[in-house]
Ligand binder design. Structure first.
Ligand SMILES: Cc1cc2nc3c(=O)[nH]c(=O)nc-3n(C[C@H](O)[C@H](O)[C@H](O)COP(=O)(O)OP(=O)(O)OC[C@H]3O[C@@H](n4cnc5c(N)ncnc54)[C@H](O)[C@@H]3O)c2cc1C
Length: 350
């Protein structure tokens, strides 16, 4: 059978495309098969790079997130060099205001006055008593980043076929290829839809978001992300303010709901009343690929020709560069130590 590529990546979300691009940069011929770019969670996300603000406990997930955050400056610079496109990467820090001071906090508490010192003006709601400042967290404009990866991948010579729906049947006999296309290795990166193809415990966790727009010429009310309780506010440098997100166990139910959107507006305005006056420019939703322990599934499947890269849940934008590097290393026979924790077989233990 004629070989279509050395590697076929199934799924063209941020994870699949980042891996495809990294492999191409390392000299392999890569073909991506994907339904589309539109449904990818990278279009829906908020783009926070927030291992500290998310308060991820120490362990493999925090190690992976911290590794990935450390790669972000070089990775986004490389993408911009390759494409001329800005990714909106911004080491703006993340402020986590609270309405009560927890008694058992492990993190250094800052008073309300100290928190306000990180902002251009005192834009915090009157109920905020203090909180935390995470200076190494930040953000990227996930849509701009995803676009830059698409452009970089295609200009580097990654071939992409859209409109292809790979089925579980297509993965039954890899010696016959996938959807009739043969490669040496296959990578499954189908995000929240992964269970359609393999029995991996990845389920959709819906998130709804809204965006406001600061009028042209006006100063941003915030110069850092606000990460509250069940709410975050992400100001972009272009004046867009992304507000998210719900976390709903409703399968692939599409659309925004009145309750979801109302909750976002209420919590955002309570945290930062200055937002109330800005026009609403967009409402949308997306599906996070959730695993039971919130760690992604990375590494070999039962068939070593098929490698898994899915289940990045709420941190897939953050985890894209580390995932690309670790999976590319694996194809060159280098096992990153974190792969042990991310192996799918952890779910088969008692
Ligand atoms: C509301 C929300 C907010 C978020 N906020 C953040 C954040 O602030 N920071 C952060 O780091 N992460 C965030 N995330 C998480 C992040 O967006 C995801 O973890 C990440 O985008 C997942 O990428 P992926 O490539 O694995 O999956 P996806 O983006 O879902 O891509 C999967 C791709 O596979 C394709 N596909 C699916 N099935 C098939 C098939 N059978 N055949 C062919 N192609 C198929 C789809 O068309 C899609 O293009 C957020 C996500 C959501 C939904």
């Amino acid at each position: 059978m004629t070989k279509a590529a050395e590697v076929i990546v199934i799924g063209g979300g941020i994870i699949g495309l980042s891996i495809a691009l990294e492999l191409r940069w390392r000299g392999l011929q890569v073909l991506v098969l994907t339904q589309d770019y539109q449904t990818a969670a990278a279009n829906a996300a908020a783009g926070m790079l927030a291992p500290q603000a998310e308060e991820i406990p120490s362990g493999a997930l925090l190690d992976l997130c911290t590794l990935s955050r450390s790669l972000y400056t070089d990775w986004t610079n490389k993408l911009t060099m390759a494409t001329g496109l800005d990714t909106g990467y911004w080491e703006c820090g993340i402020l986590a205001p609270r309405y009560e001071r927890p008694t058992d906090a492990q993190i250094t508490w800052q008073s309300r006055a100290e928190l306000v010192g990180h902002l251009p003006t005192d834009n915090l709601g009157t109920e905020v008593v203090g909180g935390y400042w995470f200076d190494t967290d930040g953000q990227v404009d996930n849509r701009a980043l995803y676009k830059s990866i698409q452009v970089a991948a295609e200009s580097a010579g990654v071939r992409v076929q859209t409109g292809v729906q790979v089925t579980a049947e297509d993965l039954q006999d890899l010696s016959q290829g996938v959807a009739g296309l043969v490669a040496d290795r296959y990578i499954l990166a189908t995000g929240a839809w992964s269970q359609d193809l393999l029995p991996v415990p990845v389920v959709p966790r819906k998130g709804q978001l809204i965006a406001l727009q600061v009028p042209h010429g006006e100063d941003l009310p915030l110069n850092t992300v606000l990460f509250g309780t069940e709410i975050y506010i992400v100001p972009r440098r272009d004046g867009r303010i992304v507000i998210g997100a719900t976390s709903e166990d409703v399968g692939f139910a599409t659309g925004n709901t009145a309750e979801g959107v109302q909750g976002l507006f209420d919590r955002a305005i309570r945290l930062c009343p200055a937002l109330a006056k800005y026009p609403v420019v967009e409402e949308w939703w997306g599906f996070r690929p959730a695993t039971p322990d919130e760690l992604p599934i990375l590494g070999y499947s039962a068939d070593p020709r098929l490698i898994l890269a899915t289940g990045h849940y709420r941190n897939g934008i953050l985890l894209a560069p580390a995932t690309a590097q670790i999976i590319a290393d694996l194809l060159f026979d280098q096992m990153h130590p974190l792969l042990l924790s991310c192996d799918y077989r952890r779910f088969m233990k008692q």
